[in-house]
Ligand binder design. Structure first.
Ligand code: GLY
Length: 466
């Protein structure tokens, strides 16, 4: 006779496949039966099927989310927020204040991705060696366009033209201009710079650092930061890192806690750097405003050591999908521990995982237009998931279940498959087998976790380090 599991009500604030992965992890709890209350960007077919209550809030407005929680608060034990926008807008502060439901995400004050300039100053304060050369151009410091241009030229003279130009506001990557991608002359760079500056935002210039990237994530209860294994994000749209920087088309995790092109010492360096930042934010004791994944750090491993490209205060998409399917802790229990401040141990299976995203034809400019009906049938992929069990997961993201009973791809990353294997190749094969079983006009990268891709990363690191 199976023992009855304790019921627990969980609010999920959902954007993309990340929420499906979180729901899947909650649903696998051995001790708890999760009743799910989902505040969703759209009628995600996975979320609709799994939720006891589901509400669509297209802009994920904090007040509307809070109304949903208020209406169901007697049934909700805690909430989890995946996307950054509500976190930056203070969803935790508002929901906790108005409803008393504890939230797993940092408070508005610690949504450190809200300001790229503040991030740079924070890193400068804790571990300056991990900052690329940067300069923040504050409006208040300049009286005229020619003055700011002069300062910009001085920076370029010092550190070279190969820079990234970023607005100091959360823009989900929008407005970021990179030498080589968006401009190849100083005048064009300045045009880009000026368009941000004149829109009222301060502007940050960062030197381009050469190396290989890793993504670092950690769960936090305010006292402790428990590191998750490293993952590698595939940010460019097309195979071999060609095409625009669209945001993760896939990602992989190796069997070890670090990636194949770095070693244990690089990993220790990552942990040390993030711990320094955490210690600074935490102060002397504990600071439960940091609960959740307050420091998801994109590192660039360079000749001079690890540099921090950016910090987010939420789980990575797709990187968290590499982790949750192999998390050995009971995820509901882990959530309670984050809330209670009793995090003590984190276990992930020593398996490789490969996430591959399938995206609509017009995503990333792959096709200029997609005039198909955008219908996507996941039934064969789900059937394969039933066959492979824990070795294959299928997580719909930017998809919608419509009145006609069919599911449709919207504008962004439609669905991802996660392959879990003893080796990277096995995980990749499983992930791609899942992709091949999705019926719809979608496309994907084929090289996520591929041996030839990883070999190239290893070679580049060797060359860099001599
Ligand atoms: N993988 C990129 C992001 O989550 O921002």
């Amino acid at each position: 006779m199976t023992e009855e599991r304790e019921k627990v009500g969980v609010l999920l604030i959902s954007y993309g496949s990340r929420a499906a992965a979180l729901i899947d992890a909650l649903s696998r709890s051995a001790s708890y039966e999760a009743r799910l209350f989902v505040a969703d960007k759209q009628r995600n077919p996975f979320n609709v099927t799994h939720a006891e209550k589901h509400v669509v809030i297209p802009d994920l407005d904090v007040e509307k989310i809070c109304d949903f929680v208020e209406a169901n608060k007697s049934s909700i034990d805690f909430g989890i927020c995946g996307p950054e926008k509500p976190i930056i807008a203070g969803v935790r502060d508002v929901v906790e204040r108005k409803t008393g439901v504890p939230m797993i995400c940092p408070t508005k004050r610690y949504a450190i991705e809200g300001s790229k300039a503040s991030q740079r100053y924070l890193i400068e304060d804790c571990c300056a060696e991990a900052n690329p050369k940067f300069k923040v151009f504050h409006h208040a410091d300049y009286k005229s366009v020619s003055e700011v241009k002069e300062a910009l030229w001085a920076f370029l003279d010092n550190f070279g033209d190969e820079v990234a130009v970023k607005p100091d506001k959360p823009a989900a990557g929008k407005g970021v201009g990179v030498w080589g991608d968006h401009f190849t002359s100083r005048e064009h760079l300045f045009t880009h710079f000026r368009s941000i500056f004149e829109s009222g935002s301060d502007v940050i210039l960062e030197e381009r650092v050469e190396g290989e990237e890793s993504s670092f994530q950690a769960f936090c209860d305010g006292k402790r930061l428990l590191a998750l294994p490293d993952t590698r994000d595939y940010k460019r749209a097309f195979d071999s890192d060609l095409g625009p920087n669209t945001g993760g088309m896939g990602s992989y995790k190796d069997t070890a806690d670090w990636l194949p092109f770095i070693d244990e010492h690089d990993r220790e360096e990552e942990v040390l750097l993030v711990q320094k930042i955490f210690n600074k934010l935490r102060g002397n004791g504990s600071n439960d405003e940091l609960r959740g994944i307050p420091l998801y750090v994109a590192f660039m491993h360079t000749r001079e050591g690890a540099k921090i490209l950016e910090i987010n205060s939420r789980p990575g998409d797709p990187e968290i999908m590499n982790i949750l399917p192999v998390l050995e802790n009971d995820f509901v229990d882990l959530c309670f521990r984050m809330i209670e401040g009793t995090l003590s141990r984190l276990e992930c299976a020593k398996k490789a995982t490969v996430v591959t995203y399938a995206v609509p034809m017009d995503y990333g400019g792959y096709r200029k237009r997609d005039s198909g009906d955008r219908r996507v049938d996941l039934s064969a992929a789900y059937a394969l998931q039933d066959t492979y069990g824990d070795h294959l997961r299928v997580y719909p993201g930017s998809m919608e279940l419509r009145e006609d009973g069919n599911t449709y791809a919207l504008g962004s990353r439609a669905v991802c498959t996660v392959g879990v294997g003893e080796t990277m190749e096995e995980a990749r094969e499983l992930s791609l087998e899942g992709i091949r079983n999705i019926d719809g006009a979608l496309w994907n990268r084929w090289d996520v976790g591929a041996a030839h891709y990883i070999e190239r990363n290893i070679k580049k690191m060797r060359e860099l380090r001599g």
